[in-house]
Ligand binder design. Structure first.
Ligand SMILES: *[C@@H]1O[C@H](CO)[C@@H](O)[C@H](O)[C@H]1NC(C)=O
Ligand SMILES: *[C@@H]1O[C@H](CO)[C@@H](O)[C@H](O)[C@H]1NC(C)=O
Ligand SMILES: *[C@@H]1O[C@H](CO)[C@@H](O)[C@H](O)[C@H]1NC(C)=O
Length: 200
């Protein structure tokens, strides 16, 4: 499972590689950092997959995968939903301004059905649970995760940006997202399944 986590985390990064990130040393450092995070995991081996993380490259696959809008199904109560990545514009009604780039037309919402899927996600949480939506790094790192049951972080309207272009105020690094996801999932003694999905 640790190996799977590492592999998937790296696939996610690898699919976002621009030319200048093709330096092997960059990836060795990235792998070491991811490994350090992963090694803090406990109980990974002996447990049944129970939870799900999706790192959405651009979110386009996200809504249907999660069954948002069609009722997420009976496993909902058992899972700590942790979803982080880009793809914010696919969650908001067509032409809705983006919270981070309100003046940029290309970042406006795209949903022809006029639904706000972030709101739908929050409303779908089981009674008594806390569902938090964050859209920037500061909000993410300020969360007290012991008070959060479900987490949705959408940090860019489209794809997450390359590590070297990352705005460190608004966008968490892949390692930070993995670390948060792991802390959330460690709360569930039955273990979890981690899926890290890269964008195109
Ligand atoms: C989109 O939003 C802008 C700014 O709010 C508005 O001026 C424009 O008319 C809207 N376009 C459509 C097609 O709704
Ligand atoms: C986080 O929340 C827990 C549970 O409510 C509380 O015990 C803890 O002190 C909080 N931690 C911080 C840093 O606020
Ligand atoms: C964040 O980025 C700014 C500008 O690129 C840089 O000066 C600063 O050192 C960075 N801070 C951290 C914590 O990486």
């Amino acid at each position: 499972m640790k190996a799977l986590l590492l592999l998937l985390a790296q696939l996610c990064s690898a699919s976002l590689v621009p030319e200048r990130e093709k330096d092997p040393e960059y990836w060795r450092r990235q792998a070491q950092e991811t490994l350090r995070n992963a090694l803090r995991l406990q109980r990974l081996n002996q447990n049944v997959a129970k939870n799900l993380i999706l790192f959405l490259g651009d979110g386009e696959m996200g809504a249907p995968t999660l069954g948002w809008g069609s009722g997420a199904g009976g496993d909902r109560d058992a899972m700590n939903w942790v979803i982080m990545g880009g793809g914010r514009k696919y969650m908001f009604p067509k032409n809705a301004s983006d919270v981070e780039y309100p003046r940029e037309e290309k970042h406006r919402g795209t949903r022809l059905d006029r639904r706000n899927l972030v709101q739908a996600w929050q409303e779908a949480k089981p009674p008594g649970k806390v569902a938090k939506y964050v859209w920037n790094r500061r909000e993410l790192l300020a969360l007290n995760l012991s008070r959060v049951d479900f987490l949705l972080g959408l940090f860019e309207p489209g794809d997450m940006v390359y590590e070297l272009d990352r705005n460190n105020e608004t966008d968490p690094s892949l390692s930070e997202m993995v670390a948060v996801a792991i802390r959330m999932l460690q709360k569930n003694p039955r273990g979890f399944f981690l899926l890290v999905e890269g964008g195109e």
